[in-house]
Structures are given as C-alpha cells and as structure tokens.
Design a protein around this ligand. Structure first.
Ligand code: ADP
Ligand code: MG
Length: 877
C-alpha cells in the first residue's frame, strides 16, 4: 500500500501490513476482524461481504469490510482455500486510553490451516518443502495437525520423482526457494496436480543458514545420525526450511513436532497419480468417494481411523512381516465378532486426539479442546482397552498396551480441575473448577459471586430513599445502575447521578456503586488474565506429553482400521491372501471389490494365474464383456493384499509387488486426450525403464482413440515391446482380438478372452475369463443391445453378411447409454463415427430402406407406425 496514513491506528495497520505483504491482514478491532484497502476488496468478493468504507479524520475514505471475531475461522478457511494467506492480527492490550497494541499471532496458509472447517475432508494435510536440482529432489514433509515430520532425498530426474512425491503426500502447500519458483519447468510439474498451493519462501536462505544446528536444537539431539540424514545435505536444508516456515506461520508454536523420520519410497508399493486415478483408489473419476475402493471398504468410526485407512491404501507396504502382523490381528478379530462390534461401538465415541493435540500445541486450543482430550483418553482407557484384554496376536497386543502412567495422571488431574461443560473460548473465564486455585476463587467471589454486597446495598438504599421498588440492575452496555420507576422519580436523592432514561423508569448511579463496579470489573479482568495463564500452563503439560499422546492416538487409529478390516472381511466375505516373496499372482474366484457391491449376487468371479514364465495375459473380447473390470480387479486385489486387508477372492497367493503401472487408452482418459503414437510409445518406454520383475502392469485398450488402423498398430507395438522385455506381470486388455498372434512368437504371452454366448442372435455376456483368444468382436450384436436403431443394425448386418469378411472388420462400437456404473471406460463417439462411415458406403438402397423413405410420418398414428415397424421386422427374419 503506497498511501501514508495519518491516524495512529491506520499507521499501525500499515506497518503491520508492510511486514506481511503477501497476506490478507485480519486486523482485530473490538469484536471484529477488519480488512482494509485492497484486502477489503478481495475479502468482500471472496466472502460475499458488503464493502463499506472507513472515513476517519484526515485519511479520507478507505475501503473496509469485516467479520465477527467469533465466526472468523470459517472466513479464514474460505480465503485460504481460495488460495490466499491470512495474517491474524490481535489486540494485545485491553482497550482503553491511547492506541491498543496489536501483533500478528499467526499466519494461516493452505498447508497450515488447522481449524475444523478444513478437516471435513479426511486425509492428511501435508505441507512440503522441495529442493529441486537437475538430478535430485530433496525436502521435507509435515502434517502440522498431527506433528508428523519427514525428510527425504532422492537422486533422479525431477519429472519422475516429483509426481511420485505429490501422489504420495497429496500436499496442500508446497514451499520452494526462489530459484525453483522461477524455473517454469519445475513449477509446471508441481501444478499438474490440482489443489497444490505453491509458496515461494522469501526467507528460505535465512531458514537454511545453519540448517543442521537449527534441527539439532529443535529436536534436542547431538547429531542427526539417528534420523538417517547425515549424508543428505539437501534433505537437511529442506527440513530446516520447513521448520522455519512453520515457525513463521505459527509464531514459534511447533513444539509438538518432536522427531524427524526419513521418508523412503522403497518400503511401499508405489502407486503413481495416474494409477491411483485409474484404479479409483480414493476417489472415482467423477471425484466422489462413493464408488471408489476407499468408499467401499471404509467403515471406520473415528476420524483418525479414516485417515489411517487412506494412508494404508495410498501407501501399501512391501514388507512381508508387516503385512503378516496385520493379517494375524485381522484373523483373530474375524473369529471374535462380538469384540469387533463392541469395540467399534466404543471407538465411535472418541474425539480426534491428534487434531486436539495439534490445536493445543499451536496455541489455538480452547478449554473445551483440553477437556475433550482428557475425556477421550479416559474413555479409551476405561471402555476400549479392557475389551482387548487377553488378545493373542502381537499387533493387537502392541496396540492395546496401557496408557503411559504420566499421561494417566495428567488425564485424572485435567478432569478434576476443568469444568465438564468447558467453554469454547478463553475470553469469558470460568475454565477451572472451584478449589483449583485460591487466588482465582477469591477473584470470582469479587466478580459475580459477591451477590450479598449488592443485596445489602439494595436494601440499604431502599431504606434511605423510602422507595420500595428500587433495584440494582446490571447491563453489559451501562454496567451497574439503580433503577427507579417513573412514579418515584422525584424521590431520588441528590447524590444519584442520572445514567439512562427508560420508558417508565430512570437509571442512576452513585459514588459507592461506581466504586463497587470498578473493583468488580477489574477483578473480572484480573480473573480472566489469571485463568489464561493457568490454562497456558495446563496446555504446556500436554505439549510435554505430546509424544505419548500421539502413541495412543496411533493405537486408536490402528484399532479402528484393523477392526474395520475384520468387519468388512465378514460382511463382504473376503479371505486372507497368502503373501509370498516369490514373483507371481494366483487368485481363485476373485471379484472386483467395488463392482461386486453394485451387482451383488450376479457378479461372476474369475481366476487369475500369472507367473514368471506365463506373465503376460492378453485379454480379448467384445466391448462390455468385462475386460476392464477383470484387469482392475486383479490390481485392486494385489493392492488390498499389500495393505494387510483381506481380499475379495476364495483364495489368493500374492507375490510382493513393488509398483503398479497403468496405461489406459486415450478415450478412457480424456484429460490426456492428445494421445498420439509418440506419447503412447514414450509412456510405454517409461514403463519399460521402471518396471521390475515385481511390478504389475495394467494396460487397457491402448491404441484406442486413434483411427482403427493406427490404434491396432499402436496396440501391437506396445504389446510386442512389453512382451519382449522380460519384466513385470502384465494384464493387457484389448478389443483388437487379432493381437492374439503375439502369443505365437512370445512364450510368456498367453491368450484369454471373456466368454460370450450367442442365443438367437442375442449376445449374452458370461463374464467368464476363458483360455484362448476371442473369435469374434460381435460388434453388431453389441450395438443392437445398446439400442442402436433397428434400421441401422439391419443395414449393418446386410453389409457384413453380404461382404466376404466377417463382422470382425467392424470396429468397436460405442455403447453409450448402457447403464454401466463403475465402468471406468469412457466411450467416445469416435468409434461410432467409424461405424457410420462404414455404413454410408454408396450402394443401392435396400428394400427396407426404400420403404422407410416412402413413409410420411406426419400423417401416421403411433399404432400405424408400430404396425409398419412390425412388418419391416418380419421381412428381416
Ligand atoms: P469391457 O472392458 O470388456 O468393455 P467392462 O469391464 O467395462 O467391459 O464391463 C462392462 C460392465 O459389465 C461393467 O460395468 C459391469 O457392470 C459388468 N461386469 C463386468 N465384469 C463383470 C462380472 N465379472 N460380473 C458381473 N458383471 C460384470
Ligand atoms: Mg474396457
């Protein structure tokens, strides 16, 4: 802002604004936060507030808008979600004479938004710092609301590593140094994922100066060895920068971040963003949770359980031991229905411990938060833990160890001193129960408790004035007053000073009442200040205990997810997969976890066997036969097996898998519609470079979207290069059934198809994966089922039976309009156009066509039309 203000308050505003130039400044003014100038214009637009103006003294009119302070969280969250940063400026001294002191107490950014509004969406809220170099990506990630903090360093090209990091963390905010910010190659990589706010950290160099010392001091360690970071200078810089940025936004309050862990991509089954999208792991292509894998298997009952389940789905593990520990727990739980039901019922009562601790740690916690934390932990101890006594599996035992004694005594103490119905703010006092602090009790007596003084005073004044109905009243605006009804007004003694006139009464004050009021009000201020100090001490105890609390929070989340897995295993009839170090997948009667819930009884289960020498399954069959469903079901079963969850199959043996790749034909992937031969081959090369023998590769209708000839060559080229490269387990679904011949030249390739039966020219999908290639693409029959007008079908049949080539020549048909919820394919009209082109070959019109042409539809009743249709159809049969 270039203007220089003259009034002291606006000068104060301006100097604060200059310190936070990239933020909207929420300037506390009494019961409101006000925005001024350009900030006000933005605020009024984004928040739909009325833009007013402030006209004060010599400064002229300044645009202004405001929000009530008690409802500010919601407004702040909305601004931040719209991409702004908000600096919260508070009044640090009570209003009185002269200028109130003001300070920015917190900067709210996308990655540091803590309040509940932002948490309606489950999932972690990571904020990332990135150090990007041509052959390396390093940095750190933190979830401020849980205190999780990780650092990493990966050698390799940024264009490969960045998408993996973004997909792993789904960060809300990425903080980068100027040099990275100015490099458009890097920023465009970052912008590819939606929802990422990019922040250029102006103080980056200050944050990373003495990076190592900063970290050692914060984490109270002598060396960074234990964190595994000694030889990773870029990771150390990234971590120091992140800590610096968080301290800047939280004004220092980040004590609940108590340790760094090194983040590896290797312990996990890697799922890149494309794969997550195609497999609809967390969300469907339409963006809904319903219909995704997560939406189907999520029956968790706590917020932290829901987050952990997402985390397990996004980061399945590749350690056999870990998976088996989870399996043992689930097996035990499956055999104990009662325990599962009971514990889920009790877990559902728990508040979100991680979030409570985080809010308290960064200084946003209320008395209510503190009380809830104590109550939740105590409920967990009294009602949840006892249920699990005597469990046999190690994971369940580990997750149900007693609460640490220090934490126990804190819980007991907190419950003893805090009111049950604790207040959501600090501003009204009455946080602690009577008997906790003597000074506090005395002050309380002076403020409201001292009713006896007021009663005595009232009685005394009635006697003195002889006014029987005289009473002492209190109002927020005017304080204490003596009220006398109009009929007694002239009896008011001369020492009464009029204060306020009502319709039928007058209000007065007098010397002794003024004195009382002054004492009571200052006692109120003193009391609130004292309670705030005492509250801060109680919060500090929580911060000291935060590591122990977070252990308990993790146990709660784990119990929720494990019981969830046991619950759905029974509900959906899942079975325990066998995890092996051998390469290969063997599934008996596997089902698609999402689609089977839509079809219930009618879902057809299928077997799968992929092994090193038969590792490439080529799946053909007409459109709608079930190819896409089948290959996705295999991928989802493999994914689920790596989370420790049981799987939708009669039995399964799953080799540890390091990565799932997917490649889906352009039609199914509209966002990347510029699919050309080049792009597709580059993507294939990417798979060839990165796949190992332990990778699972899913290819669905590659080559679709180009012309049929190009598409076929493309599919062939891709299939052939993958088949020649002897790595990865590959499921290749295509409607180009001539690809079957690749099996003749490549021994790892084997053909299968989705069986269909033709009954009286009607096509019946059997949904059964069967050995050998498909014999016919059944294009016309499929089209007929899809409701393509009869005349066109008839003409198509004429053409195809009339010509020497079989129906196979007719390219794939679009099946738009067929109800296929959960079908990931997005058929585009192009295939249809091909078909139409084929149909419009110049030829003498058929008898039927001639008849159709002659009809005068305007003169016909519906019945007549039906009769003619009936006749035409008879002619065809
Ligand atoms: P394709 O990829 O061969 O065109 P899809 O896999 O998209 O076929 O399947 C089409 C529809 O058929 C799906 O939306 C689903 O409703 C149904 N379907 C697929 N597989 C099965 C199955 N095994 N059992 C029952 N219905 C299935
Ligand atoms: Mg398909």
């Amino acid at each position: 802002m270039s203007t220089t203000y003259k009034t002291p308050m606006l000068q104060q505003y301006q100097s604060l604004k200059e310190q936070y130039p990239d933020c909207l400044l929420f300037f506390r003014l009494g019961d409101f936060y006000e925005l001024f100038g350009d900030d006000a214009k933005i605020g009024s637009e984004v928040l739909h507030l009325t833009l007013t103006s402030r006209n004060k003294g010599s400064d002229g009119r300044i645009p202004m808008c405001g929000v009530p302070f008690h409802a500010s969280e919601n407004y702040v969250a909305r601004l931040v979600k719209a991409g702004y940063k908000v600096a919260i400026c508070e009044q640090m001294t009570a209003a009185g004479k002269g200028l109130v002191e003001r300070e920015v107490i917190r900067v709210v950014t996308a990655g540091t938004l803590l309040r509940d509004e932002a948490l309606t969406e489950a999932g972690s809220q990571f904020i990332l710092t990135l150090v990007i170099e041509p052959k390396l990506v390093a940095g750190a990630a933190a979830d401020l609301s849980t205190g999780q903090f990780m650092a990493f360093s990966f050698p390799g090209p940024p264009e490969q590593i960045i998408p993996l990091l973004l997909s792993h963390f789904s960060p809300r905010e990425v903080v980068i140094p100027r040099a990275v910010y100015d490099n458009s190659d890097y920023t465009s990589l970052l912008r590819r994922e939606r929802n990422v706010n990019i922040t250029c950290a102006h103080d980056w160099l200050i944050y990373i100066k003495d990076a190592e010392t900063i970290l050692k001091n914060h984490f109270h360690v002598e060396s960074l060895d234990s964190f595994g970071l000694t030889k990773k200078p870029e990771a150390i810089k990234g971590a120091a920068a992140l800590l610096g940025y968080l301290k800047y936004t939280q004004k220092g309050n980040v004590e609940h971040i108590t340790s760094i862990s090194e983040f590896h991509l290797s312990g996990h089954l890697v799922l890149d963003p494309i794969t997550l999208r195609h497999l609809e792991v967390i969300r469907t292509a339409e963006g809904t949770t319903d219909g995704s894998l997560f939406g189907t298997i999520n029956k968790t009952v706590t917020a932290s359980g829901q987050r952990l389940l997402q985390d397990w789905l996004l980061h399945p593990v590749t350690k056999k031991k870990e998976i088996e520990l989870r399996h043992q727990a689930i097996t035990e739980l499956v055999s104990r229905n009662e325990l599962v039901a009971k514990s889920r019922e009790e877990l559902a009562h728990l508040s979100d411990v991680e979030r409570l601790v985080a809010r308290l740690s960064v200084g946003l916690g209320s008395p209510r938060d503190l009380r809830r934390l104590a109550d939740t932990l105590s409920h967990y101890k009294d009602r949840v833990l006892p249920l699990f006594s005597g469990v046999k599996s190690r994971r369940l035992q580990d997750m149900t160890t007693p609460i640490h004694p220090d934490l126990m005594s804190w819980i007991t103490q907190a419950q003893a001193i805090l009111f049950e119905e604790a207040k959501p703010t600090l501003d009204e006092g009455y946080i602690f129960k009577e008997g906790f602090n003597e000074e506090l009790d005395t002050l309380r007596l002076l403020t409201s408790g001292n009713r006896s003084w007021l009663a005595d005073f009232e009685a005394q004044e009635r006697r003195r004035t002889g006014i029987p109905k005289l009473k002492v009243v209190f109002s927020r605006a005017f304080g204490y007053a003596i009220e006398i009804t109009n009929s007694f007004k002239d009896k008011a003694p001369p020492d009464y000073v009029p204060r306020q006139t009502l319709v039928n009464a007058g209000r007065y004050t007098c010397q002794s009442l003024v004195e009382y009021e002054r004492k009571a009000l200052s006692a109120m201020d003193t009391m609130i200040a004292l309670e705030k100090t005492l509250f801060a001490e109680e919060v500090e105890k929580v911060v000291q205990l935060s590591q122990k609390i977070s252990d308990t929070a993790y146990a709660i989340a784990s119990l929720d997810v494990l019981t969830n897995f046991a619950h759905i295993a029974s509900l959906y009839k899942y079975s325990k997969p066998n995890i092996t170090e051998r390469v290969g997948i063997e599934i008996t009667a596997g089902r698609h976890p999402v689609i089977e819930q839509l079809h219930h009884e009618s879902f057809v289960a299928n077997d799968t066997e992929l092994k090193p020498n038969k590792s490439f399954q080529l799946i053909t069959g007409p459109n709608m036969a079930g190819k896409s469903t089948y290959i996705r079901q295999v991928a989802l079963i493999v994914l689920l097996a790596h989370t420790g969850c049981f799987v939708p199959a009669e039995s399964a043996e799953i080799g540890i898998t390091d990565r799932i790749f997917t490649r889906i034909g352009a039609h199914d992937n509209l966002r990347e519609a510029q699919s050309t031969f080049m792009v597709e081959m580059l993507e294939t090369a990417h798979i060839l470079h990165n796949a190992t023998e332990r990778s699972l590769v899913i290819l669905d209708e590659v080559g679709r979207g180009t012309s049929p000839e190009d598409g076929f060559s493309l599919a062939w080229a891709i299939a052939e290069s993958l088949a020649s490269d002897n790595r990865g387990l590959i499921l290749f679904a295509t409607h180009f059934h001539d690809l079957k011949d690749i099996a003749n030249t490549h021994s790892r390739v084997f053909n299968s198809h989705l069986a269909v039966a033709v009954d009286n020219e009607d096509l019946i999908f059997l949904r059964k994966v069967t050995d050998g290639p498909a014999v016919d693409s059944y294009g016309i029959v499929v089209a007929e089922k899809a409701g393509i007008p009869k005349a066109i079908i008839a003409r198509a049949k004429e053409l195809s039976y009339g010509s020497s080539s079989p129906t196979e020549q007719i390219p794939e048909m679009s099946l738009r309009g067929t109800k296929s919820r959960g079908n990931p394919d997005r058929d585009a009209p192009l295939a249809m156009t091909n078909q139409m082109a084929l149909l419009s070959v110049e030829q003498k019109p058929s008898e039927i066509e001639a008849k159709l042409k002659q009809l005068n539809l305007n003169n016909m009743t519906p019945i007549e039309a039906l009769n003619i249709l009936n006749e035409l159809q008879k002619n065809l049969r």
